[in-house]
Design a protein around this ligand. Structure first.
Ligand code: HEM
Length: 243
């Protein structure tokens, strides 16, 4: 049987979507790395503000609870109560989703690209990739637990008091498991920020050797300040400095 002319045979195929610049950006490895870097930097900005706010616990219950109240009314009277907080929450949620999706897709791509299938039975990711992946999973689980503990109170030890974050923080760190969960998560956070910040800098362009040294020092300093600042709160409750 004679074949139909080429034009007729190809006409049956569904038309492929025209490539657009945004599709190309998202599907490229550099595009996904850029999304990871930018979403990571957004979360890092939140963490710097969060650790600074947490340190107010050292100034006593009035000041810390007033700060918790301000988080709900910030932006007023231009914005209605809680609106600014919900804007921050929405941006953070979008950053978490974008970061997790691009991390997952990049790690799938990385595994597929490894030419080691015949040497090892299983294709293995690099040490840094595995540390970042496990660190990310620990942090995701921690955030869920943290929200249930100190925001909704669902998993809070003792009676959760709405509008009394100082008392709630003291309750949490009066339990051995509260201290254990937070301290392990904060160490994972330090490692994740240290490597993640440096990776983000490389994606967005490091520049020269001097800037590279500066960015490495900045990554170490940020990781250290965040870990020490967050860990200081459970340690202060355990030692009775905050009670
Ligand atoms: C020792 C360490 C930490 C302490 C003592 C702490 C304390 C708190 C407290 C008291 C709140 C509730 C604030 C309020 O509703 O008034 C809160 C909320 C929150 N924390 Fe933490 N935090 C810690 C570490 C972290 C870390 C490492 C992350 C992220 C990786 C994080 C993410 C959040 C988020 C997303 C909220 C919800 C904010 C909101 O939408 O209301 N926290 N934290």
């Amino acid at each position: 049987m004679a074949l139909a002319p080429t034009r007729e045979r190809t006409a049956a195929r569904p038309p492929s979507p025209a490539p657009t610049p945004s599709r190309g950006f998202w599907s490229s490895t550099l595009g996904k790395k850029t999304v990871m870097a930018v979403s990571g930097l957004i979360m890092l900005g939140y963490l710097v503000a969060h650790v600074a706010g947490n340190l107010k616990v050292f100034f006593g219950p009035e000041e810390f609870n007033a700060y918790g109240h301000w988080l709900r009314v910030m932006g007023a009277p231009v914005l209605h109560h809680h609106w600014a907080l919900w804007i921050v929450r929405t941006v953070l949620l979008a950053a978490v989703v974008a970061h997790a999706v691009s991390a997952y897709q990049l790690s799938r791509r990385d595994l597929k690209a490894r030419p080691t299938a015949y040497v090892h039975r299983r294709r293995r990711a690099s040490y840094a990739t595995r540390t970042m992946r496990w660190g990310g999973i620990i942090l995701a689980l921690f955030i869920v637990w943290h929200l249930l503990d100190l925001t909704t109170g669902t998993a809070h030890p003792g009676g959760f008091e709405e509008g009394k974050p100082y008392q709630n923080v003291v309750d949490t760190f009066s339990t051995w498991y509260g201290n254990a969960v937070y301290i392990v998560a904060m160490l994972a956070l330090g490692l994740h920020v240290r490597h993640g910040f440096w990776s983000a800098a490389q994606t967005l362009g490091v520049g020269n050797a001097r800037r590279e040294r500066l960015l490495r020092t900045l990554a170490d300093t940020l990781a250290l300040v965040l870990t020490a600042g967050f860990v200081s709160v459970p340690v202060a409750v355990m030692t009775g400095v905050v009670s």
